[in-house]
Design a protein around this ligand. Sequence first.
Ligand code: GAR
Length: 187
Amino acid sequence: TPKFAVFASGSGSNFQAIHDAVKAGKVPGQAVLVVTDKPDAFVVERAKKVGIKTLAIKPSSFSSKQAYEQAVLDKLSELKVEWIILAGYMRLIGDVLLGAYPNRIINIHPSLLPSFPGKDAIGQAMEHGVKVTGVTVHYVDAGMDTGPILAQAAVEVVSGNREKTEERIHAVEHELYTKTLQQLWSR
Ligand code: GAR
């Protein structure tokens, strides 16, 4: 079973969903570390609660992005992490991690890419007035939400209601991410 690390910057509901699916025997992997660039993020509490190690270091305390990623990479290597799963990690992955994990970094994004890449994809979709948006799981490359797509699911916008739309998207994310990892690691 592949060892993976989850990278997150926020609430960590996707981390929780993946962790729960692993525990339930639905995803054939082993979560060994949560990495966050935001030491105050709620994902840290979630990880502690379920007994998974956390690495919470601020990129701003390093002299460069390379130095920050090297510190993360040292920990990943120590724990023999094979896959990096981004779940609300709001930072572009740089050359150090891309070089160490070629085709082994996966991301989830709350839109039907290539529409609405980058920050606040749900806000962008509402602003544009689309009736259908969705969720994308994709391989990570050097671009912003540009790597090869693994899976997508559509979600209908609840017109004028961001909160309800977001709820729908999150529910679909949890389902799609676990299903995709299950397929990826079962072949
Ligand atoms: C998720 O909706 C995820 O798709 C999004 O951040 C949220 C994190 O929620 N990611 C991006 O926007 C990446 N560009 P979570 O912390 O509850 O999993």
